[in-house]
Design a protein around this ligand. Structure first.
Ligand SMILES: Nc1ncnc2c1ncn2[C@@H]1O[C@H](COP(=O)(O)OP(=O)(O)OP(=O)(O)O)[C@@H](O)[C@H]1O
Ligand SMILES: [Mg+2]
Length: 276
């Protein structure tokens, strides 16, 4: 496997609650279900992805997280902050995590230090080559933490709720990448897809926003759309994979994320031909 193969996926939207972390965690499960290896890098001080993947940072037994890896400013240092996914299911064997903790907030004030924006790229160097997909879960911001991801990423994916403010957040994420990726040393970073999240079919405003998405984002609007369904929230809250809920509507949602993951893997040049 080439160290150059595109694998790092920046998951973003300027707006909060757009389904970034739900997409990240469920895509990790889907990719692992295909027999592929996936690394989740949590770049949000909220640490939602870390918790939903079964990781809890314990101040009584402090371990390095992405906050320490970025602070260290050294090549390959992220290797010291990789942990296995905490889920009990077999797919967890193929999911690793670089977790976040609240201290990540303190990295933001380091943005003015020379070269700070390249610290994540440096930390991941020679560390994530063996993964098929590396998902970088961003906070709802276009500030330093997201810029670290944009400097390190190979492609970007935007999750978007069919709500006015979420669509505007997606447009700002798109435009920020187009205008600023070069400024973080990553010109031409492609925004390969828009994942439409938390769709409520009975809301007129959602139907209206859905109609407008192709005009804004063209054929990069991925299908299927992700509807708002209780199992996505329940599995996230319980920090277990969707299929572990053992409900048919949960399996339907897992299947839907698998379909989206096939599109992602195809875009990364690693199509799924047979499920392992
Ligand atoms: N398809 C869905 N159906 C039901 N609930 C969902 C769905 N997607 C996300 N949620 C829930 O909505 C909330 C926000 O989703 P999520 O945390 O994925 O958004 P986010 O974009 O990561 O938010 P933030 O910007 O705060 O990081 C969470 O409680 C999550 O469990
Ligand atoms: Mg999130």
């Amino acid at each position: 496997m080439s160290a150059q193969h595109p694998r790092r996926v920046v998951v973003g939207n300027h707006k909060g609650g757009a389904g970034k972390t739900a997409y990240t965690v469920n895509t990790a499960a889907a990719v692992a279900s295909f027999g592929r290896r996936v690394l989740v890098v949590d770049l949000d001080p909220q640490a939602n992805a870390s918790r939903r993947l079964g990781f809890r940072w314990d101040p009584a037994e402090p371990v390095p997280t992405i906050a320490e890896a970025i602070k260290a400013d050294a090549r390959g240092v992220a290797a010291d902050a990789i942990y296995p996914c905490g889920w009990e299911q077999d797919i967890a064997e193929r999911i690793d995590l670089i977790p976040a903790r609240f201290d990540l907030e303190n990295r933001i004030s380091e943005a003015g230090v020379v070269g700070a924006v390249w610290r994540l790229r440096k930390a991941l160097e020679d560390v994530d080559d063996g993964y098929d997909v590396v998902l970088l879960d961003c906070p709802p911001s276009l500030g330093h933490l997201t810029q670290l991801a944009l400097a390190a990423g190979h492609v970007a994916v935007c999750t978007v709720e069919p709500e006015y403010d979420s669509v505007e957040g997606a447009v700002r994420f798109r435009d920020f990448i187009a205008e600023r990726a070069a400024d973080v040393g990553n010109p031409g970073l492609p925004l390969i897809g828009y994942v439409v999240s938390r769709v409520r079919g009975n809301i007129g405003a959602h139907a209206y926003q859905l109609d407008g998405l192709p005009e804004l984002f063209g054929d990069r609007v991925w299908t299927p759309y992700v509807p708002e369904r209780a199992p996505v929230k329940d599995a996230g809250d319980a920090a277990i994979p969707l299929r572990a809920l053992g409900r048919s509507n949960a399996s339907e949602m897992a299947f839907l994320f698998e379909e989206l993951a096939k599109r992602l893997l195809a875009e990364l040049g690693r199509p799924v031909t047979a499920v392992a």
